[in-house]
Design a protein around this ligand. Structure first.
Ligand code: IVH
Length: 668
């Protein structure tokens, strides 16, 4: 066979296999018998062996071709991967519709309703029709490059079926099929491995594996529902987006509803609820999206989620089981939390053996007693909770539960907090509190230290190696490796995780310190206001209260924390260890930039900037983009073919500016 002929037959084989894969994995309509398929595949392998120059990354032979890696590279998303706001009732849904209508008073709105897949969000980038990179959502700004793992998912095209834009980023959800999950867990039990709690965890665990060959054995699927970066024209509506995705050969959600009114949406959400249990994947809600893509742009987004979409979460599932015992857990702030130890029960796809009982008052109100049959509720990721007691099933002899008034860990006498709800262990050196603080510091949302989970922290504290977060940075590899059941490799990972954490942004450190009332939102607000930790440490209560998102209680708490000499000492230890104290999200200069407090309306096509770029510039300068012109509008930025908004601006004497004027105002 000449080189030219080989190239041709390779292309034909690749295309044929791609078609059969699509028919089998995406359409569930096999178009060839198994032996015939195997023959084609064999032919491809043979051809690639004799002509290795023909082997391309998107050949079907490369699905399991990825090499095992020691860690994933980080992938920065060109466009952020957002999350969705949730609603739990039709009233909340109505409020959402009103909010959007208010933003788009002149538009006629129609909506799509599609299943909310309970999997892992991924972004896939195709260039000139071939898959180049696939990544997890991560923190929304950047995730892990898991291309090798994603390629093993047979329903995912490596090369697109139809002519596509030069750059096409698609977004969707990886899941494990229900049937695949059950089978996998059975096998794991036989092999003496811990079964997965639910399909979502199983899918997450699979995508985290470093060897694509192992991932290929996991029954993973993918569904695509949206777009990231795309070169050229975008489709006009969500319906068109899904059509597009179908044409390129992607698996999509299949059934989708459309509607205009609240009643339409309620009907569709209920229909989806009835249909969703027959789907191959788990769903925990319906996603309601504005159909029209240009209206979406006008609606905009908050820092976390688009304003044009919302998730409607279906009610939690319930199950009955027996309460075997009530134990008490001590948190990092010393709070004593009673925990229900249950007869394990399957609910919403996972086995539940423990549930929080919140506090003593809650137990008294519901009169929960050991030995009772109780109703447990669980929805998606939400922590399972005890809803009520089935009193008819109460054993004859049962006693009212009384919470012990001493810390189960260090035996200190507990005291009630100011609000008189929670009992607290007052001993800051209580090992449970020490562990809680270290775990919190290492957690994903805080300093994100690999390997710094519950098990390792327990050992570090138990052995006295680290009793505060400063001491974490002093432990040596040999010491960690010397801990019980600690492999050399895990010790190394943890040390690597510690090293990496030294570069984390300031807000993560602030959050990780575990200051009372400082969650991630407040930590970020502080990171935006102060350029570095020293500025924050020296801030007065007045300066702190002046920050948006910081109230008096928080300001007091922060000021108090940094005033404590022991905490100051801890900060110096962290400084010596080389931790980053600088904030990358600080809004410099005037607390909020040249357009601080200004509201702008964009209309028409700008000369150079895309709409989203203009929005980004305005927001970076402290301004806000709003949908419609009113007396409160400070500027209307008008481009080519500006329409009614321009007229309205002129009528209301709102200043109208062009792109270059906008850039000047933004200080660029
Ligand atoms: S759209 C910018 N559609 O739910 C809007 N998300 O809780 C992005 N999800 O991060 C999401 N099914 O991972 C969309 N049909 C669907 C979805 C869906 C599941 C996930 C997605 C998102 C999360 C938010």
């Amino acid at each position: 066979m000449s080189a030219e002929e080989a190239k041709k037959s390779h292309a034909v084989l690749v295309e044929e296999i791609r078609r059969h894969d699509h028919a089998y994995y995406v359409l569930s309509e096999p178009s060839i018998s198994d032996p015939d398929y195997d023959r084609l595949y064999r032919e491809l392998l043979d051809l690639e062996e004799t002509h290795p120059e023909l082997l391309t990354a998107d050949s079907p032979s490369q699905r399991v071709g990825g090499k095992a890696v020691s860690e994933f590279l980080s992938h920065r998303h060109k466009m952020p991967m957002m999350s969705l706001d949730n609603t739990y009732s039709f009233d909340e849904l109505a409020a959402f519709l009103q909010r959007v209508e208010k933003r788009l008073p002149e538009a006629e709105l129609d909506w799509t309703i599609e299943p909310k897949i309970d999997g892992l969000a991924v972004s896939l980038r195709y260039e000139n029709g071939g898959l180049v990179v696939g990544a997890t959502r991560g923190d929304g700004a950047s995730g892990d490059d898991i291309t090798g793992n994603l390629k093993t998912i047979r329903s995912l095209p490596l090369r697109l079926a139809a002519k596509s834009p030069a750059v096409l980023e698609v977004r969707g959800e990886v899941f494990m099929s229900r049937a695949g999950f059950t089978k996998l867990n059975e096998k794991r039990k036989v092999d003496g491995e811990e079964p997965f709690a639910n399909p979502r965890n199983a899918a997450a665990g699979s995508l985290k594996m470093l060897d694509p060959k192992l991932v290929a054995e996991r029954p993973l699927g993918v569904v695509l529902y949206g777009l990231g970066e795309v070169s050229g024209e975008l489709p006009a509506t969500q319906i068109d987006v899904l059509d597009w995705l179908d044409q390129f050969g992607f698996p999509t959600t299949g059934q989708i509803w459309t509607g205009r009114t609240h009643d339409d949406l309620v009907a569709s959400i209920n229909e989806l609820d009835a249909a969703r249990h027959d789907l191959d994947y788990e769903t925990d809600g319906a996603v309601i999206k504005l159909n029209n893509l240009s209206l979406r742009e006008q609606c905009g987004a908050t820092s976390k989620a688009p304003r044009w979409a919302i998730a409607y979460k279906y009610a939690a599932e319930q199950a009955e089981t027996v309460l075997k015992a009530i134990t008490v857990q001590v948190g990092r702030t010393g709070a004593l939390t009673p925990v229900a130890e249950l007869e394990p029960v399957l609910i919403a796809g996972s086995t539940v053996a423990r549930a929080t009982l919140h506090n003593e008052g809650e137990i008294q109100r519901k009169d929960i007693r050991v030995g009772d049959t109780v109703v447990i509720e669980k929805a998606g990721e939400i922590i399972p909770a005890v809803v009520r007691v089935v009193t008819e099933k109460r054993p004859k002899k049962s006693a009212v539960f009384v919470l012990g008034k001493e810390c189960p860990e260090c035996k200190s006498l507990a005291a009630k907090d100011e609000a008189d709800v929670v009992w607290r262990c007052p001993n800051p050196d209580c090992p449970a509190q020490v562990r809680g603080r270290l775990e919190h510091f290492c957690a994903r949302g805080a300093m994100d230290i690999e390997g710094g989970g519950e098990v390792l922290v327990r050992q570090l504290v138990g052995s006295g190696l680290a009793l505060n977060v400063g001491e974490l940075y002093k432990v040596a590899q040999a010491e960690v490796a010397g801990l019980e059941r600690m492999a050399e490799k895990s010790a190394q990972n943890f040390l690597g995780g510690l090293e990496a954490s030294k570069q984390r942004d300031l807000w993560r450190l602030i959050f990780g310190l575990g200051i009372l009332h400082v969650g991630t939102g407040v930590a970020k607000a502080l990171g935006r206001r102060f350029a570095n930790l020293d500025e924050l440490m020296d801030a007065s209560e007045e300066e702190l209260v002046a920050i948006d998102d910081v109230g008096e209680v928080i300001a007091k708490s922060v000021h108090f924390w940094f005033g404590d000499p022991q905490n100051r000492q801890l900060i110096e230890v962290l400084r010596k260890a080389g931790l980053n104290f600088e904030s990358s999200i600080v809004i410099s200069g005037e607390a909020a930039g040249p357009l601080a407090g200004k509201a702008l309306v964009l209309t028409g096509t700008l000369l150079n900037l895309k709409r989203h770029e203009a929005v980004a510039r305005i927001e970076a300068a402290g301004g806000k983009v709003v949908g419609s012109v009113s007396k409160k509008t400070d500027y209307v930025v008008a481009g080519e073919a500006a329409g009614s908004k321009l007229a309205k601006a002129e009528k209301m004497s709102v200043p109208v500016i062009d792109e270059s004027e906008l850039l000047r105002l933004c200080g660029k």
